[in-house]
Design a binder for this molecule. Structure first.
Ligand SMILES: [Fe+2]
Length: 400
């Protein structure tokens, strides 16, 4: 008798001799097998194999019309699809040549005629056990694949959560620095978004745009080290006070220095150089292309946002005056390329940048043409009361 776990195996017997079919069927049934299909028609084997999905096919090698080689050829798609589908070949004489051909065609073992009952059972048992081992292995592999996929998904979820937490921490850090003169912390977030908008408009790769959007809000992190008396002074600063205010670039870059993160390294460069001017008259005298492009972008975003929004020491400028101010400083304070990108951006988007800036950005002047319809002071509330100077080298500037 075959072991119980093999007794449900499906067997397909193929022989043109009905007597052989009856004999083998009887032997297999006596061994405990009960799912046995027989056929004398070799042309029906492929269809029967598809219908019954056998675990073992026993096929006679010598049959009229289509011999065992032809049957195995017809079964090739099923053999390949099944992974391991054993074929036991029945033959009266096994020459080396026919054995080689049969093995090439997919035969796994041979039964020689006259058929020996014990040999039928032993060879059937061996092939079915191998088949069962293959199926067990396949099932375990499928389970492992499923577990791996689940684990991979969990790892991705945890990684995303950690990344989100890190980004949130950076955002909160930026808002902390801004808290004393902008309790909403919206200025730094808008600077990040506008910087991303400008970078994208200038053709910056999307990965760099994303890094810029996240690093730019940390540009004024060093304000955390500036006394309230200076930071919140509702008046022009004295030269000494202004020198102390300038320290926020050094303080910010020192806080951010030494990180292995690309994002924080960029944030450090921006914190240090966002008050540099294209013409070299900025805090450290860096000139034009020596200034990191991200800092040249943040310089425009920072000043424009400071102009168009209210601060403790100033009211919001009307949009058209702010645009004129940025444009007027093209090639002196600001990088001409950044100002050119600024001028083809949508003005509304620059004032109130969306969380996610659209990638398809119209390179036309439509946004600025709409400015013609905006009355001075109408969109942003009141008219300016004292326009601050933008020149970074003049004491009294409040665009810090
Ligand atoms: Fe600053």
């Amino acid at each position: 008798m075959l072991p119980p776990r093999l007794r449900d195996s499906r067997i397909l017997l193929v022989d043109d001799q009905e007597l052989n079919l009856r004999f083998i069927s009887q032997v297999l049934q006596n061994a405990g097998l009960h799912n046995i299909t027989t056929t004398q028609d070799p042309f029906a084997v492929a269809a029967l194999a598809t219908l019954h999905t056998p675990d073992l096919i026993v096929v006679d090698l010598h049959m009229p019309g289509l011999d065992g080689f032809g049957v195995m050829e017809a079964l090739r798609p099923q053999i390949e699809a099944a992974g391991y589908l054993p074929i036991l070949v029945l033959t009266a004489d096994v020459t080396d040549e026919s054995r080689r051909r049969a093995l090439d065609a997919g035969a796994r073992d041979f039964l020689t005629k006259p058929i020996n009952q014990q040999e039928v059972i032993l060879r059937t048992k061996n092939l079915l056990e191998t088949r069962q081992l293959y199926l067990d292995l396949e099932q375990k592999n499928a389970m492992l694949d499923e577990q791996n996929a689940t684990l991979e998904q969990r790892v991705q979820e945890r990684t995303r959560e950690v990344e989100e937490a890190q980004l949130e921490t950076l955002e909160r850090l930026a808002r902390t620095a801004e808290y004393r003169d902008d309790q909403t912390g919206r200025h730094v977030l808008r600077v990040g978004r506008v910087a991303a908008l400008l970078g994208r408009t200038m053709g910056m790769p999307e990965a760099e745009v994303k890094t810029l959007r996240l690093a730019a809000p940390l540009h004024d992190l060093g304000k955390i080290g500036i006394p309230d008396a200076i930071l919140l002074a509702p008046r022009r600063l004295t030269p000494d006070e202004f020198d102390e205010m300038k320290e926020h670039t050094e303080i910010g870059s020192r806080i951010l220095a030494g990180s292995s993160s690309d994002l924080l390294q960029l944030a450090e460069r921006i914190a240090k150089t966002h008050h540099e001017r294209w013409d070299g008259r900025g805090y450290f005298g860096m000139v034009a292309g020596d200034i990191p492009v991200q800092s040249r972008i943040v310089a425009v975003a920072d000043v424009f946002d400071a102009l168009t929004h209210e601060r403790p020491y100033k009211s919001a400028w009307p949009l058209d005056l702010a645009v004129d101010e940025i444009t007027k400083n093209r090639g002196t304070q600001f990088d001409p390329a950044v100002v050119d990108a600024f001028r083809i951006c949508d003005a509304e988007e620059l004032v109130n940048p969306a969380e996610s800036v659209p990638t398809a950005f119209g390179r036309d002047r439509a946004g600025f043409d709409r400015l013609a319809g905006l009355r001075v002071g109408s969109r942003l509330g009141r008219a300016p009361t004292g326009i601050p100077e933008l020149e970074a080298d003049k004491p009294g500037t409040r665009i810090a």
